[in-house]
Write a protein that binds this ligand. Structure first.
Ligand code: NAP
Ligand code: GCO
Length: 264
């Protein structure tokens, strides 16, 4: 029988106090996994712990900045001691800066690359040795439409998420022989705090032009929700996807398949 169960598995989802990470971790818990998450600030970890508790999930929350290699190594060692060796990693923590490229400083560009690309490298390399010892592992990198497409103001984010797609393929290539599968999820436009500025109502009550643009660009004719990512994430974390490796699963309501609305 096809096996989507995560019973007995330890799953680390980074930056999962709220938003997409929270929904993915919730789905993993519902499928039987023990949840570990981190965030940069204690207050966010506390908020996350309360939100998981409300859903009946006994999650383990830690403070850790995923860009800090020493802190990540210490965090993963602590999780292995206190909770167990990690079977599933979701590199979810991410930031975006919407700044026209010629106005963006190199420091701002580096900061986005640091969180969205360097950190998945740092966290993956911290958990892979444990996965090799266990004889299996699943790594899911949260990519983006911007792993494939560009647009005004998101040069650093697109460079990072494009790089993350290739890091995904490389981890699959390098560690597939150890029964580790590394895949990406490319969410479409999802209603979370990260995209809130793109959905703000205008002073006259009308839709933000970008909001209207995305709804028109999406065959599903709506923004995605974090819950839309739950099923795909459970699939990629479970034994059901054991021969899926180095793939990016776009969960975008059809955006990438669509040329756009024809003019009337
Ligand atoms: P979000 O609401 O902004 O949540 C991101 C989380 O990552 C926050 O909890 C944030 O904490 C945490 N984080 C940021 N930097 C961190 C660091 N250095 N160390 C640890 N945690 C850190 O974002 P989201 O929309 O749920 O997005 C989650 C992931 O999906 C991101 O990688 C994003 O790029 C990607 N994504 C989002 C969309 C979308 O439409 N929303 C689409 C495609 C891909 P703070 O609150 O403290 O910053
Ligand atoms: C933007 C958005 C996107 C999304 C997402 C798309 O400004 O264009 O924030 O980049 O968050 O990553 O998949």
């Amino acid at each position: 029988m096809v096996n989507f169960s995560l019973e007995g598995k330890v799953a680390l989802v980074t930056g999962a106090s709220y938003g997409i990470g929270f929904a993915i971790a919730t789905a993993f818990a519902q499928a039987g996994a023990t949840i570990v998450f981190n965030d940069i600030k204690q207050e966010l970890v506390d908020k996350g712990l309360a939100a998981y508790k409300e859903k009946g999930i006994d999650a383990h929350g830690y403070v850790c900045d995923v860009t800090d290699e020493d802190a990540v190594n210490a965090f993963v060692a602590q999780v292995e001691k206190e909770v167990g060796v990690i079977d599933i990693l979701v590199n979810n923590a991410g930031i975006i800066k919407r700044i026209p490229m010629c106005e963006m400083s190199a420091a701002q560009f580096r900061q986005v690359i640091d969180v969205d690309l360097n950190a998945p490298f740092i966290v993956s390399k911290a958990v892979i040795p444990g996965m090799i010892k266990k004889g299996h592992g699943k790594i899911i990198n949260i990519c983006s439409m911007m792993s494939e497409l560009g647009r005004e103001t998101v040069s650093a984010y697109a460079a990072a998420k494009g790089g993350l797609k290739m890091l995904t393929r490389n981890i699959a290539s390098e560690y597939g022989e150890f029964n580790i599968q590394c895949n990406g999820i490319g969410p479409g436009y999802i209603a979370t705090p990260q995209t809130a500025p793109l959905r703000e109502r205008q002073a006259d009550g009308s839709r933000h032009p970008f909001d209207a643009f995305i709804v028109a660009k999406t065959p599903a004719a709506r923004w995605g929700t974090p819950e839309d990512l739950m099923g795909p994430a459970v699939f990629l974390a479970s034994d059901a996807s054991d021969f899926v490796n180095g793939h990016v699963l776009y969960v975008d309501g059809g955006i990438l398949a669509y040329i756009g609305k024809q003019p009337k």
